[in-house]
Design a binder for this molecule. Structure first.
Ligand code: NAG
Ligand code: NAG
Length: 480
């Protein structure tokens, strides 16, 4: 009971802090430096780098709750904000799937009882939930590339299967879709009323949680869409590298990055002691417990307000989760400093960013197809893309995270196109590697498209020390 009331208090406090810091800092209502005095520095959003100050100290439990992304108050976002003389040309959306059941079980404990059926009068509510289920029940095979035919179009198990999308996950993406609908369709008329299938580009990895997340977002964006106009492509690789996945140098960077991660873990005595304590509670060797990635399950308990599992020797608790999460945050900090991950990310994210750059260029030259592109993906997709774009300060992708690239045309100067980048609703355009300097030099409201194209085609490899190199050359470079 004590746990419950403390948990509730924490949840409420974190939500309040997150909301205050979001309103104050994301939307520049007050400058960052005074925001820090107004709100506890622990709650600071870590999206905008502030090299003048110490790295912020983040509270692990608060960070864990932000990761849950529990649907609550209506979200404010900066998507679609542009001066009147700009016309919206296209929108490119990269999402992480919504809330899911854990991928691992903590050995010798009861797994959390979470219901993965969709029920309109169960929290979190969404007015379109029933209509979504009804519409999905009519989904024809022709709307999907072949490996998807075996997948259900919405979650439907009384006890969730491993990795299954939950009702929370569906609601998160229905809300994402609705938010994008209000901004891009209603306000900016990105699609005409009788839109054509060719105006959409939809791609998902082969997991049910990504496909279902993509469908929920699409349904929020285009309620009761015409199935005949919808086609989901299948992407076998979590990096969305399509035909360009072979890249030995990328794999080498990843191996060195994993070694860094391993060495950092060994140095953390508190973490080792915590694993030891947890292993004693559930009565398995510490190694076995660590391999079961207990933080994944514990986050599920936290996000769903289900008490942590107990055994005869005692219970896992918030203290354990705090240490595990604190280590994750340390690891992210170390990862930024060592730069190995960034090298991996530049090569890993190139094919996807290159595809996006190509699509933007075609649209800027007058093409009218694929004005809305949706990639339904994973944390291991979004993380490298964020890092490659130079957004290394961005938070680890939470459930239902969204990264949006917007392409605009200047009506006053029709050949000039601008790009905006938004992460979970925050405008991060001028924090990207390709537009950081632009901000200081000019008063333009967005980043020139050329900056993005130059970065993707050349700049990405220059940061790897290979000026003038192509993707293929950078992937086959030796002796770094
Ligand atoms: C968490 O669970 C408790 C007891 O089961 C319940 O009273 C409370 O309303 C729940 N909190 C939230 C935020 O759903
Ligand atoms: C990049 O995109 C262009 C088309 O815009 C394509 O011709 C080229 O093969 C792509 N390169 C890679 C490495 O994906």
């Amino acid at each position: 009971m004590l746990f419950r009331s403390r948990f509730l208090l924490l949840l409420a406090l974190a939500a309040l802090l997150a909301f205050v810091s979001l309103s104050l800092q994301f939307f520049h209502l007050i400058p960052l430096s005074s925001a820090k005095n107004a709100v506890s520095s622990k709650s600071r959003k870590r999206i905008l780098p502030d090299p003048a100050t110490e790295p912020p100290v983040l509270d692990p439990v608060n960070e864990a709750l932000l990761y849950c992304n529990t649907p609550s108050v209506a979200e404010r976002s900066m998507e679609g904000h542009a001066p009147h003389h700009f016309k919206l040309v296209s929108v490119h959306v990269f999402i992480r799937h919504g809330d899911r059941y854990p991928l691992y079980v903590i050995p010798k404990t009861k797994r959390p009882e979470i219901d993965c059926t969709l029920v309109a009068d169960r929290k979190p509510y969404h007015p379109k939930l029933e209509a979504f289920v009804a519409h999905m029940s009519k989904g024809p095979r022709a709307a999907f590339e072949s490996p998807f035919h075996a997948l259900p179009l919405y979650p439907d198990h009384q006890l969730c299967e491993m990795g299954e999308l939950t009702q929370t996950g569906v609601v998160q993406h229905l809300r994402n879709g609705q938010l994008l609908r209000d901004i891009y369709l209603k306000r900016h008329r990105l699609l005409p009323d009788g839109w054509a299938g060719a105006q959409l580009y939809l791609e998902s990895t082969g997991k049910s949680r990504t496909l279902q997340s993509g469908l929920a977002l699409l349904y929020g964006l285009l309620p009761d869409f015409d199935w005949a106009k919808v086609y989901f492509r299948h992407q076998p690789s979590a990096l969305f590298c399509s035909g360009s996945c072979y890249c030995p140098a990328r794999n080498q960077y990843l191996e060195r990055e994993q070694r860094r991660q391993y060495l950092l873990r060994l140095k953390n005595r508190r973490l080792e002691a915590t694993y030891g304590d947890m292993a004693r509670l559930v009565d398995v060797p510490a190694k076995q417990l660590r391999a079961a990635n207990p933080i994944d399950s514990m986050l599920c308990h936290l996000c769903h307000n289900v008490s942590f599992p107990c055994t005869r020797s005692g219970c896992l608790d918030l203290g354990h989760l705090r240490v595990l999460k604190a280590h994750q945050l340390d690891d992210e900090r170390d990862r930024r400093e060592k730069q190995l991950y960034r090298a991996y990310a530049l090569l890993g994210a190139h094919p996807l960013l290159n595809q996006t750059a190509g699509r933007m260029q075609r649209l800027a030259e007058g093409a009218r197809d694929e004005v809305f592109a949706l990639y339904s993906a994973h944390d291991v997709t979004l993380s490298p893309v964020l890092s490659a774009l130079g957004l290394s300060e961005a938070r680890f992708p939470r459930f239902a995270a969204r990264l949006v690239l917007e392409l605009w045309q200047d009506r006053a100067e029709p050949r000039a196109h601008g790009v905006r980048v938004l992460y979970d609703g925050a405008d991060v355009t001028f924090s990207t590697a390709f537009c950081r300097d632009h901000h200081q030099r000019s008063a333009r409201p967005m980043c020139p498209l050329e900056n993005f194209l130059r970065f993707v085609r050349r700049g990405m490899f220059e940061s790897l020390g290979g000026a003038g190199a192509t993707y293929h050359e950078a992937c086959h470079r030796e002796g770094f």
